[in-house]
Design a protein around this ligand. Structure first.
Ligand SMILES: [Zn+2]
Length: 96
């Protein structure tokens, strides 16, 4: 096996790319495997990183998300409508 890709983090010069890895190595506090990136959110709709005070990245995603939520609401109420329909059917059938 040729170790082409595996450059040692030490001695890479003034590049600050590897700082996160270095920090993790230096400070083995509690095990936090993925939560290295500080504070940010992901767009509900497409998953792009957004600032923590935002939920969605763009107007397009906002519209898409609204549509999705509406659809979700519809699917939440659909069984209820079914139950109401069955009750009505029951009443109608009992009336006759
Ligand atoms: Zn988005």
């Amino acid at each position: 096996m040729v170790e082409k890709v595996k450059k040692s983090p030490k001695g890479t010069g003034p590049k600050k790319k590897r700082s996160i890895a270095g920090m993790v190595k230096e400070a083995p506090v509690e095990k936090l495997p993925v939560q290295v990136v500080p504070r940010h959110k992901h767009c509900f709709n497409c998953g792009v990183s957004v600032s923590p005070d935002k939920d969605l990245c763009s107007d397009k995603c906002q519209t898409d998300w609204d549509k999705m939520v509406k659809r979700k609401k519809y699917w939440t109420y659909l069984p209820l409508l079914g139950v109401v329909f069955l009750i009505l059917l029951y009443i109608i059938l009992n009336m006759g």
